[in-house]
Design a binder for this molecule. Structure first.
Ligand code: ZN
Ligand code: ZN
Ligand code: ZN
Ligand code: ZN
Ligand code: ZN
Length: 275
C-alpha cells in the first residue's frame, strides 16, 4: 500500500474521483478490472481499456473501500475494523491474569460469574480452574435492580456471612460464588437471577408471565408450580399471570437451555448498570 500523498491519489485524480482534503487515502491496487459484489453474493467483473481502481481509506475504527470504474465511483463499502485480538486480560473477578480459552462441548465448564455453561469463548486461569464467559468480562459491578430500588447492589465474588453461603432472595437457593449484594439489608441475588427478564412466554401458557418480586399469592396454602408441580418458596420470586393465576418457579418459566440466554442476561444487566 502506498501512502496517501503518493501515487494512489494521483491515480485517483486521473480517474476523476474527488479526494477530500484532510482524508487519508491509500491506493490498494490500480488495475484493469473491478469486481463488484452485491448483497446476494453475486459478483460481476468489469473489464476495460480504461483504468479502474480500488481505493481504501483507513480510519481509526473503520475502513472504507471505494471501487472506481470508468471515472465513476461504482461502489463504496464501509466496514468496521476488528478490534485487536487480546490474548489475556486482567479482570476484577480474579487475582491472576485471565487467558483466552476456547471451551469444547465435552469440557462441561460453567462460568464462575453467572454459573451458566460456557459453550465457546472464555477467559480462564487454568491453574485455579477459574473460567468466565467472554461476555461476562463486562459484567457491571454496581446495578440498580427493580427488586431492590432503594439501594445499589454490588457484585461480590463471595459472601462474608459467617456460614460462608448466601441465600438468593430470588430463587431461594444457597450458594457461595458471585452474586449481587446489599450490605445493610443483607439482600443477595445470583447474577443470573438479577438478569431475569421481567416477562416471559411459556409453552404451557398463552399470555406472558410476569416476574413478581413479592409473592403474588396471598393464601397460606402451599402453592405449587404449574410447570413441575413442586412447591414454590413464598420468600422468593415467581412468574405469574394474574388473569389465569398460572404460577411457575422462575427457572421453570425461563428457557435456560437457550443459546442466546447468557447474552440476553448480559444485555439486561448492562441496562441496570450504575456509574
Ligand atoms: Zn458467565
Ligand atoms: Zn488464578
Ligand atoms: Zn438465585
Ligand atoms: Zn438494601
Ligand atoms: Zn417448577
Amino acid at each position: 500500500m502506498s501512502d496517501g500523498k503518493g501515487k494512489g491519489v494521483i491515480a485517483l485524480k486521473k480517474l476523476g474521483v474527488e479526494v477530500q482534503k484532510g482524508d487519508h487515502y491509500s491506493c490498494q491496487k490500480t488495475q484493469q478490472s473491478v469486481t463488484k459484489y452485491n448483497s446476494n453474493g453475486q459478483t460481476s467483473s468489469y473489464q476495460s481499456e480504461e483504468k479502474a481502481a480500488v481505493v481504501t481509506k483507513i480510519g481509526k475504527s473503520s475502513t472504507t473501500t471505494v471501487k472506481v470504474f470508468q471515472r465513476r465511483v461504482e461502489e463504496t463499502i464501509h466496514h468496521k475494523s476488528l478490534p485487536p485480538v487480546k490474548d489475556k486480560i486482567t479482570h476484577f473477578s480474579h487475582r491472576h491474569d485471565l487467558h483466552r480459552y476456547e471451551v469444547q462441548k465435552r469440557d462441561k465448564i460453567n462460568c464462575n460469574i453467572c454459573e451458566a455453561e460456557i459453550l465457546d469463548k472464555a477467559w480462564s486461569c487454568e491453574s485455579c480452574k477459574f473460567f468466565i464467559h467472554k461476555s461476562c468480562e463486562s459484567i457491571p459491578q454496581k446495578i440498580k435492580h427493580k427488586s431492590h430500588l432503594r439501594d445499589t447492589l454490588i457484585l461480590r465474588s463471595s459472601t462474608n456471612y459467617a456460614c460462608g453461603e448466601f441465600i438468593c432472595d430470588a430463587c431461594c437457593d444457597s450458594d457461595k460464588g458471585f452474586h449481587y449484594h446489599c450490605s445493610p439489608c443483607k439482600f443477595d441475588i445470583h447474577v443470573a437471577c438479577a438478569g431475569l427478564p421481567s416477562a416471559v412466554n411459556h409453552p404451557m401458557h398463552k399470555n406472558p408471565l410476569i416476574l413478581c418480586y413479592d409473592f403474588p399469592v396471598r393464601s397460606s396454602e402451599t402453592v405449587k408450580c404449574k410447570a413441575c408441580d413442586m412447591k414454590i418458596n413464598k420468600k422468593g420470586w415467581a412468574y405469574y399471570n394474574d388473569d389465569s393465576k398460572f404460577i411457575a418457579h422462575i427457572y421453570c418459566a425461563v428457557n435456560k437451555k437457550k443459546k442466546d440466554s447468557i447474552l440476553a442476561i448480559q444485555k439486561r444487566l448492562q441496562s441496570l448498570q450504575m456509574k
